[in-house]
Design a protein around this ligand. Sequence first.
Ligand SMILES: Nc1ncnc2c1ncn2[C@@H]1O[C@H](COP(=O)(O)OP(=O)(O)OP(=O)(O)O)[C@@H](O)[C@H]1O
Length: 338
Amino acid sequence: MTDSLLHYCQTLRSDTFVHGFLPEWIQVRGPVIELTLPFYAETEARKLIATDDFLNAYTWHIHGKVEALPRKTDAKAVSSRNIIAVTSGKGGVGKSSVTVSLALALQASGARVGILDADIFGPSIPTMLGNKQAKPEFTEDKKMLPIERFGLQVNSLGYLTDEEDATVWRGPMASRALEQLCFDTRWHNLDYLLIDMPPGTGDIQLTLAQKLPVTGAVIVTTPQEVALADAQKGIAMFRKVGVPVFGLVENMSYYSCGACQHKDYIFGRDGGKNLAERHSIPLLGEWPLVTDMREHLDAGTPLVQSSPEHPVSQEIITTAERMAANAWQLSSPNAPND
Ligand SMILES: Nc1ncnc2c1ncn2[C@@H]1O[C@H](COP(=O)(O)OP(=O)(O)OP(=O)(O)O)[C@@H](O)[C@H]1O
């Protein structure tokens, strides 16, 4: 019975679980199944189980134990099992909003998460987290302690400098400061450190992609042609330096009217989907342009944290769990490779 159940679990299919539930994740104890995933994706796992009457008859206990995925650059100094660069070719597409939202969603799923705000051109993470006035403390050996906010560990140039100072920084100085921010912050036992990269694909971004010990990258775009062209450059840049791209998030996919729920595709339609298909990377999510999202970010209380039941928060949690699962499927030596 157990063998056929394990085999059956392996035949399940969804965008998140493209290889089903693997036998080594499962322990059957009578009517209870203990499922331990190498990433956190309880919401997506429960959705999949709910589609199947046979599996639904069991009681499922779902856990996560995040695997440290391989990376090109050694990073013993950074205490995070995985480091993910969130990037966009074009400015203003919502990269920082996506970073904050994904971080909170990964955390809501059970992971320990940090954010490194490396956007020197406008570090907006402190505003979005509502703690602009915070200052990191220093240890005796001159390391910075990350700032705790909503359970996240965070550091940003925005906590350390005036906005005016940051804007005059030049390439080498900026990349040195960012490396320092990454390596000299005492991150504590993270599953994922998300890096909000500076927008663009110039020298600073290339240097960071090479020097920071990233596990992979997530690309943010809108469906608009100009944004897609720049997103494509971002994909090419990471591929050139041998960093895997874990997927694409299309932000501002359509405007969703708060009053009548009408969808207006103001930046065009299916641009992200087509780009993802062309480059054989997964489209992790298509997030609407909604007033609630903007208002909550401006107020420093992001939607996922303040209203986790909001339909857009649910969409964001799905995206985060897909990203975590896809990162594992792409990079883990333990993942099936068909
Ligand atoms: N899905 C969304 N719905 C509504 N507003 C959004 C959405 N995504 C982002 N915004 C808003 O758009 C603005 C720009 O977003 P954000 O700062 O995240 O962009 P960015 O790509 O990081 O910008 P930059 O290139 O300057 O770093 C913010 O005011 C944010 O609140």
